[in-house]
Design a protein around this ligand. Structure first.
Ligand code: AMP
Length: 289
């Protein structure tokens, strides 16, 4: 990897110019990492940027609130867009290029093509938000075309999304290496999320129940409990102040539920706290390896 880091951050809204810059860097022998985001950056996003900075010569961050992954009635209009602050953070970090296009640059008039990912996109988040993963997969594939990066960085926070992206990349022969980075949390364990800004102080306290429930599951498994039914029963009282959409215990790397934890599993939760929908998950190692 080259030692030379760009002293300035380039900000681009043009897809063609970004493509040209990325290809030029690669032709000069540099590796390029892409961190796709919707902005309103927090330490979770910045941990992905740091992973890319550590592994790649050049780091591109995209900031694009993708309308096609929001259902009618979701928070597309209200989604936070503190662009100047985001740019400042990325400049401080030493990010090479920020792609922050207007919607029309990504979805030109007459756009009609979309990516449909199969069974991995159907349950859990897919059930609650039926068109969500189609919108995510389509925009991520488009970003991979605009930024033909060597590696792309995603968060474990969106566990099912990372599986959807891996599936798409494998199925459509996209020449990019996918990296999935650990969840960054607040001091009380709440997973960082741009949507945490919606929470009132009371809701913010209630939201920490998600982490407490996940930790409880981990403790129970560490103590030898293997029954998923018993574990989820014990998690419910911890989640009494939030409206649980699902608690799922999945075989790691899949969206398939398990009944007993005999191998590595992911416990995933989706819940509403007031009007805000939160998701979180935790990898759990079975004692029987
Ligand atoms: P978003 O801006 O919400 O679309 O997120 C952009 C990327 O950041 C996705 O790959 C997310 O999984 C990742 N991400 C979001 N929150 C966190 C977090 N708390 N820790 C690690 N990665 C995160």
């Amino acid at each position: 990897m080259s030692e030379i880091k760009s002293p300035t951050t380039r900000i681009e809204t043009s897809a063609a110019k970004v493509y040209e810059a990325v290809r030029a860097a690669q032709q000069a022998g540099e590796t390029v990492g892409l961190v796709p985001t919707m902005g309103a950056l927090h330490q979770g996003h910045l941990s992905l940027v740091d992973a890319s900075l550590a592994e790649c010569d050049r780091t591109v961050v995209s900031i694009f609130v993708n309308p096609t992954q929001f259902a009618p009635g979701e928070d597309l209009e209200n989604y936070p867009r503190p662009l100047d602050r985001d740019l400042e953070l990325l400049m401080q970090r030493g990010c090479w290029l920020v792609f922050a296009p207007p919607v029309e640059e990504v979805f030109r008039e007459g756009h009609e093509t979309s990516v449909h990912v199969g069974s991995v996109a159907l349950p859990w988040e897919g059930e609650s938000r039926p068109d969500h993963f189609g919108g995510v997969a389509t925009v991520v594939l488009k970003l991979f075309q605009i930024v033909p990066a060597d590696r792309a960085y995603f968060g474990q926070k969106d566990y099912q999304q990372s599986l959807v992206i891996r599936q798409m990349v494998a199925d459509l022969n996209v020449p990019v290496e996918i990296r999935v980075c650990p969840i960054v949390r607040e001091s009380d364990g709440l997973a960082m999320s741009s949507r945490n800004a919606y929470l009132s102080p009371e809701e913010r306290r209630q939201a920490s129940g998600l982490w407490q429930a996940l930790k409880l599951a981990e403790t129970l498994v560490a103590e030898g409990e293997t029954s998923v039914a018993a574990i989820t029963e014990k998690m419910k009282p911890v989640l009494q102040h939030v409206e649980v959409e699902y608690i799922a215990v999945l075989r790691e790397g899949t969206v398939c539920e398990v009944e007993t934890i005999t191998e590595a599993a992911v416990v995933a939760i989706a819940a509403r706290v007031g009007k805000t929908r939160l998701i979180d998950n935790l990898k759990i190692q079975s004692r029987k390896k």
